[in-house]
Ligand binder design. Structure first.
Ligand code: 5AD
Ligand code: SF4
Length: 467
């Protein structure tokens, strides 16, 4: 039986750090708590429960958590009466340490595999226990996580994340993910399709499939067959209301022929690929245990471009990995020039305890890392600007996602994930419109909706609009 205190509406504030997988996880934690009467709030002052969904990928990310816990403790001293929980990868990696270091400031600490148990963990914390839950439970958390209500899904927008794969078996020597998120696992096809159907029925028009190593996806279908990411995208493309599919993040070695071919054959699969290379130097790639050379990576890019010549590429780069010389760094600059990225993310190498990189000799001085990062960023920014300019004059399909910043303006994304704004009525939100790009700035591009001569076509498009 449910006691009256359990159904009193309570307010949940989640602060999300790190990657898109954490954004997805935060929503699923909110979904897990919704049946227990927790409503999301954007105002920490109103919260009954504050959850920090943390990231462990770089040093600064975990340090931020401890300073946030300090700030929350001050708020509690000043009379705020919320419970504090730490979730995510820092919780997974340092559960006991957090409970010890943040004694009195934290009530529960739990890893990403325990989100379905959240209501029970909160009940235990309410009973006075300092809960630390970092095991990898035997049961499938996705089977136990409730779906979001349709109205809630729509408040999250027309584009949604959907985790299809978790964990990583690659063990790049700089990376904590194989330790924090564990071994690779793939969700079964039917489970993913059911979640996708729910999202699409609620009005979602674009799905981004997520996984730490998403293109290693190999889930079982209803017949017990192992299915790769290309086939999964084909199954998802059968969902009528779904307009677009994307996926991230991929490892070069898992770009299979099947997945590359899907970019030629599946019109819903967008021509944008985030394919991190990390470094352009073979010596550094080897030390990073990336399992591919510079030439391997470039060959994969060639294959992808021959399947779809307008593919926009994105990447991740680390500067200052142990042993990186000026010549190694120049090789990174040259691969950036050679590939011509539409966008990229750059990081200074950060020593992570427990990873092989931590104890490698020849750690690069901070000042050198700073200088290299600035040079790489300059090159990448220039490339992004060139890519923006390259679409000026072209007509691209834009998924209209929201109102623009100015009155009478609407905004959306091109197939290449560029933010596009244009004049247009709000009723087009949720539709895909042909838009001629007229100008490209640093962060977004400006377009003009192509007006179609036949009114019949226009009404067909309007009928696709999401209410
Ligand atoms: N230091 C710096 N960057 C890192 N990344 C992962 N681990 C580290 C680290 N120890 C970067 C990689 C990865 C992205 C998600 O974060 O580029 O692709
Ligand atoms: Fe980390 Fe990605 Fe390497 Fe896996 S493939 S260890 S997630 S950088």
């Amino acid at each position: 039986m449910t006691s009256p205190t359990e159904i009193r509406p309570k307010k949940l504030f989640i602060k999300t750090y790190g990657c898109q997988m954490n954004v997805y996880d935060s929503d699923r934690m909110a979904d897990a708590l919704a049946p227990r009467g927790y409503e999301p709030t954007q105002l920490i002052d109103d919260a009954d429960l504050v959850l920090l969904n943390t990231c462990h990928i770089r040093e600064k990310a975990s340090e931020k958590v401890f300073s946030e816990l300090g700030r929350l403790a001050e708020m509690r001293k000043d009379g705020k009466n919320f419970m504090v929980g730490v979730a995510g990868c820092v919780a997974q990696a340092e559960g006991e340490e957090i409970a010890r270091r943040a004694k009195g400031r934290v009530d529960l600490v739990f890893g990403p595999q325990s989100y379905h148990r959240l209501p029970d963990l909160i009940a235990r914390a309410n009973a006075g226990e300092i809960v630390v839950e970092t095991d990898f439970p035997a049961e499938d958390k996705f089977e136990h996580l409730p779906a979001a209500a349709k109205a809630v899904t729509l408040t999250r927008g027309l584009t949604a994340f959907l985790t299809v794969q978790e964990g990583c078996d690659k063990f790049c020597s700089f990376c904590v993910v194989p330790y924090t998120r564990g071994a690779e696992t793939s969700r079964p096809v039917e489970q993913i399709l059911a979640e996708a159907r729910n999202l699409v029925e609620a009005g979602v028009r674009e799905l981004t499939l997520l996984g730490q190593n998403v293109n290693a996806y190999h889930g079982v279908d209803a017949r017990g067959r192992s299915v790769g990411l290309g086939e999964l995208c084909a199954r998802l493309a059968e969902l009528d209301g779904l307009a677009r599919i994307r996926y991230t993040t991929s490892h070069p070695s898992d770009m299979t022929d099947e997945l590359i071919a899907a970019h030629r054959t599946n019109p819903k699969l967008m021509p944008y690929l985030h394919l991190p290379v990390q470094s352009g130097s073979d010596t550094i790639l080897k030390a990073m245990n990336r399992r591919h050379s510079r030439a391997d990576y470039l060959r994969i890019i060639e294959r992808i471009k021959s399947a779809r010549d307008d593919m926009a590429l994105s990447g991740d780069f680390i500067v200052g990995f142990p042993g990186e010389t000026d010549a190694d760094f120049d090789a990174t600059l040259s691969i950036v020039r050679e590939v011509g990225y539409a966008s990229a993310y750059t990081f200074k190498y950060s020593m992570r305890p427990g990873t092989p990189g931590f104890s490698m000799p020849d750690q690069v001085p901070e000042a050198v890392k700073t200088q290299r990062l600035a040079a790489l960023n300059d090159l990448i920014t220039a490339g992004m600007r060139d890519f923006g300019k390259s679409v000026v004059g072209r007509t691209l399909d834009v998924l209209i996602e929201k109102k623009g910043r100015m009155p009478g303006q609407i905004g959306g994304r091109s197939p290449y994930l560029q933010a596009v704004h244009m004049a247009g009525p709000e009723r087009l939100i949720g539709t895909v419109q042909p838009v001629t790009i007229i100008a490209a700035g640093n962060n977004s591009i400006e377009g003009k909706i192509v007006t179609r001569p036949e009114p019949k076509t226009a009404s067909v498009i309007e009928s696709q609009a999401v209410a």
